[in-house]
Design a protein around this ligand. Structure first.
Ligand SMILES: C[S@@+](CC[C@H](N)C(=O)[O-])C[C@H]1O[C@@H](n2cnc3c(N)ncnc32)[C@H](O)[C@@H]1O
Length: 239
């Protein structure tokens, strides 16, 4: 029923006929994941940390990032592309990553293997991810040195944790297909897991989402969208 399809940048995504939507942008799965989550989420958060220590940012970010701890919560883990790209970046830069993915409808290992995402990350990371994928929902696993992953196989709405995260990657299906993921109650539940000063990013931007985030004490910014989309949303939780 699920089908692997190619997007405009040559990278694969999955089409879910029941939902009527792809897991990623048709304009490019890889470029969307890199732009929205790795660059506008993770790298932006790390640059903000570096800037708060000492300028200039371009010189400090590389040095201060190594040894930095960062925790990420992803809503809609799916194929794991956002995790793989983020983990590859963190391992390369010496950043200590603690990543939790929430996924209500986990993909089979066979489906994940068919994405061909091995070509975008180190072979060691890919092999560890594939080898451990089916055990990641039982307990967190250190897939690479200083790079830990756990998948919570539950609906976002029932997810519970004592942990708060530095960054939230909000990668739910679009509001037209899954409005319950974007309503005030669900966004409020999600923001509970964000640390003060933490960053929330998503590929979409709507008036309702902006209002909900502002009411929850977040500073909301429009950022340039991934190719094919004019804008995306980034919000910072104010203390
Ligand atoms: C747009 S896709 C995410 C793509 C994913 N980040 C990737 O890179 O492959 C949305 C994901 O949200 C999951 N999902 C749907 N309803 C959910 C819910 N209530 N709670 C958690 N995950 C949900 C879907 O199964 C799907 O994997």
């Amino acid at each position: 029923m699920l089908e692997i399809v190619k997007t405009a940048d040559g990278s694969n995504t999955i089409f879910n006929p029941l939902v009527g939507e792809n897991y990623h942008s048709k304009h490019g799965a890889l470029q969307e994941s890199r732009h929205v989550f790795v660059n506008s989420g993770l790298r932006c958060f790390l640059d903000g940390k570096a800037r708060s220590k000492s300028p200039p940012i371009e010189e400090t970010s590389k040095e201060t990032a190594a040894g930095t701890n960062v925790s990420i919560l992803e809503v809609g883990f799916g194929t794991g592309l956002n995790f793989l790209l983020s983990a590859d970046f963190c391992v390369d830069k010496g950043i200590i990553l603690d990543y939790t993915g929430i996924e209500a409808y986990p993909l089979s290992l066979e489906m994940i293997s068919q994405t061909d995402y091995d070509q975008y990350v180190s072979s060691e990371l890919w092999q560890k991810f594939i080898a451990d994928y089916e055990r990641l929902s039982i307990s967190p696993i250190e897939l690479m040195p200083r790079c830990k992953l756990q998948i919570a196989n539950c609906k976002l709405q029932t997810f519970q944790s004592d942990q708060q995260y530095d960054i939230i990657y909000f990668d739910a299906f679009a509001v037209a297909h899954q409005p319950e993921m974007w309503n005030e109650a669900t966004i409020s539940h999600t923001i509970r897991f964000l640390k003060p000063g933490g960053v929330f990013v998503t590929y979409a931007i709507t008036g309702n989402l902006k209002r909900a985030l502002k009411a929850l004490g977040c500073k909301v910014e429009k950022a340039p969208g991934a190719p094919g989309k004019r804008e995306m949303l980034r919000a910072v939780k104010i203390v």
